[in-house]
Write a protein that binds this ligand. Structure first.
Ligand SMILES: NC(=O)c1ccc[n+]([C@@H]2O[C@H](COP(=O)([O-])OP(=O)(O)OC[C@H]3O[C@@H](n4cnc5c(N)ncnc54)[C@H](O)[C@@H]3O)[C@@H](O)[C@H]2O)c1
Length: 269
């Protein structure tokens, strides 16, 4: 028996990267999956991969910045599979790049629309069908950039902080309906989103576990949050980053036995 047997999930950004890996993982655990993305070709490919492995999935072309598309995505789950148990708000772009003083208002708005307004829509439209199913689990992708500032990524960072805030508010509102709401904060994951923005060998140096994450590392955490194994967890922002958040591993002080600091002995004299 799979860990998501009899559950129905919608996943945005499911044509690529962590959304794709999660769709495939969910299906192998017995979930029926609505694969939602702007990228129809990539989305259909994921659906065929799931079908070839004996799972069940359908593609729904969705622009997460449009409320009517998110409503249609949820409606597709209800029409196709009759219920909704899991929503994974995950679609993303890096969006506006550059320092605050150089960001254009329209690029700021587009970035926030893809990364934050979409999550508001995803939560909003999941509530009624999940209530009908007796509860559910909503997961959204924030980032380490939802917990720390990142120079050169002001709009992305603001949007990912918004995801954490929205998650906490929604968890507080929806607990009474047995709807759990959590988000995840990945560190650097090797996906097309960041291809070309950093070199994996250099980026790995700052990560205690010694490598960038893979989409499958993320899929396993999202699976846990989607499944009943996390039944008493809501409102969290779970870090999944190989330790990069807590260690300043780039700064190494390798002089074993040495002590750096004021000498108290010398102060006494
Ligand atoms: N890769 C990383 O290092 C990293 C780290 C932390 C957080 N994230 C976040 O993880 C999520 C997934 O990113 P990924 O790394 O798997 O990237 P990815 O580029 O592989 O996948 C993102 C998907 O989102 C889709 N998408 C973009 N805009 C859309 C829109 N308007 N409507 C519908 N779909 C749209 C793309 O078509 C693509 O399939 C994003 O929210 C991203 O911000 C990524």
């Amino acid at each position: 028996m799979g860990r998501l047997e009899n559950k129905v999930a919608v996943i945005t950004g499911a044509a690529s990267g962590m959304g794709r890996a999660t769709a495939i993982r969910f299906a192998t655990e017995g979930a029926k999956v609505v694969v939602a993305d702007l990228n129809s070709q990539g989305g259909e490919l994921v659906v065929s991969e799931i079908a070839a492995a004996g799972g069940s999935a359908v593609f729904q072309r969705t622009d997460v910045t449009r409320e009517e598309d998110i409503a249609a995505m949820v409606d597709r789950a209800m029409r196709q599979y009759g219920r909704l148990d899991i929503t994974y708000n995950n679609a993303g772009v890096l969006g506006a790049l550059g320092y605050i003083e150089d960001i254009k208002a329209e690029d700021w708005d587009r970035t926030l629309a893809v990364l934050a307004r979409s999550v508001f829509f995803g939560i909003k439209h999941s509530v009624k069908p999940m209530r009908k199913s007796g509860g559910g689990s909503i997961i959204s992708t924030s980032s380490l950039a939802g917990l720390h500032g990142v120079p050169g990524l002001p709009a992305y960072t603001a949007a990912k902080f918004a995801v954490v805030g929205l998650t906490q508010t929604a968890a507080a509102e929806l607990g009474k309906d047995n709807i759990r709401v959590n988000c995840i904060c990945p560190g650097g994951i090797d996906t097309p989103l960041v291809a070309g923005t950093f070199r994996p060998d250099l980026a790995s140096r700052g990560i205690p576990l010694g490598r960038l994450g893979t989409p499958e590392d993320i899929a396993d955490l999202v699976l846990f949050l989607a499944s009943d194994e996390s039944r008493w967890i809501t409102g969290t922002a779970m870090v999944v980053d190989g330790g990069s958040n807590v260690a300043m591993a780039r700064f190494e002080f390798p002089q074993a036995g040495a002590f750096s600091g004021p000498s108290f002995e010398s102060r006494k004299s």
